[in-house]
Design a protein around this ligand. Structure first.
Ligand code: ATP
Ligand SMILES: Cc1cn([C@H]2C[C@H](O)[C@@H](COP(=O)(O)O)O2)c(=O)[nH]c1=O
Length: 206
C-alpha cells in the first residue's frame, strides 16, 4: 500500500475534529490526495454501530461488548474505505483509531491494554497507523469545551471525570509504548497554533 495512514488521537474536546478539515485542505493545496474520515463510523455500517455504542440509553453495555463493537466498526471501515484509499496512494486522515480503544476500553474501562490490543490485531490485520498525532490537553479543559460547544454529549462524554483522567493516563502509556509513531502537540492553545504545529510535523514526515 503506497498511501499514508495518519490518525488523530486525544481526550474529549481536544480539537481533533476541528483541526482535521484545515489540515486536509492544506495538504490538498500542496498537491496531495487526501481522504478524511472518523471512528467509530466513516461508512454506513460503522456509523450504525456508532449509534449503538454512543446511545445514552445503553448504560448497561458491558465493557467487552463495547470493545468488540468498536473493533467490528473498525474492521468494516478499514475494509470498505481506508484500505482502498491507501491502495490508491492517498493520505488518510482519521479522527481516532485503535489507540482510542487501547486508552478508553483497555486502560480506562480496565479490560487491559494487552487484551484490547489482541482483539484489535485481529480487526486491523496488522494495519497500524504510520503516524499518530496526539492532542495533548487536560481532560477537564477538553470537557469544558464540549459542554460550551453545540454538539450533544454522548454516552462516553457523560462518564465521570475519573474515567476521563484514566483515558489520559492510558494515552500516556501508549505514547511511550508506540513512541516511533506518536507525535504530540499542545492542544491547549488557539486552533490556528495547533494546526500550525501539526503542519510542521506533517511537513517533516511527508
Ligand atoms: N484550540 C481550540 N481552542 C478552543 N476551543 C477549541 C479548540 N479546538 C476546538 N475547540 C472547540 O472545542 C470543542 C471540541 O472540539 P472538537 O470537536 O474539534 O474536539 P474533538 O477532539 O474532536 O472532540 P471529541 O473527540 O470529544 O469529539 C468545539 O466546540 C470546538 O469548537
Ligand atoms: C474509536 C473509539 C472511540 N471511543 C470513544 C471516544 C469518544 O468518546 C467516542 C467517539 O466520539 P467522537 O466525538 O467521535 O470523539 O468514542 C472509544 O471509546 N473507543 C474507540 O475505539
Amino acid at each position: 500500500m503506497s498511501g499514508k495512514f495518519i490518525t488523530l488521537e486525544g481526550p474529549e474536546g481536544a480539537g481533533k475534529t476541528t483541526a482535521l478539515t484545515t489540515l486536509a485542505e492544506a495538504l490538498k493545496a500542496d498537491g496531495h490526495e487526501v481522504l478524511t474520515t472518523r471512528e467509530p463510523g466513516g461508512i454506513k455500517i460503522s456509523e450504525e454501530i456508532r449509534e449503538v455504542i454512543l446511545n445514552k440509553e445503553h448504560v448497561m453495555m458491558d465493557a467487552r461488548t463495547e470493545a468488540l463493537l468498536y473493533a467490528a466498526a473498525r474492521r468494516q471501515h478499514l475494509a470498505e474505505k481506508v484500505i482502498p484509499a491507501l491502495q490508491e496512494g492517498k493520505i488518510v486522515l482519521c479522527d481516532r483509531f485503535i489507540d482510542s480503544s487501547l486508552a478508553y476500553q483497555g486502560h480506562a474501562r480496565g479490560i487491559g491494554i494487552e487484551e484490547v490490543l489482541s482483539i484489535n490485531m485481529f480487526a486491523i490485520d496488522g494495519l497500524l497507523p504510520h503516524l499518530t498525532i496526539y492532542f495533548d490537553i487536560d481532560p477537564v479543559k477538553g470537557l469544558e469545551r464540549i459542554s460550551q460547544g453545540n454538539r450533544e454529549q454522548n454516552r462516553l462524554d457523560l462518564e465521570k471525570l475519573e474515567f476521563h483522567l484514566k483515558v489520559k493516563e492510558g494515552y500516556d502509556i501508549l505514547r511511550e509504548r508506540f513512541s516511533e509513531r506518536f507525535q504530540a502537540v499542545n492542544a491547549d492553545q488557539p486552533a490556528e497554533a495547533v494546526v500550525s504545529d501539526i503542519q510542521k510535523i506533517l511537513k517533516a514526515y511527508l
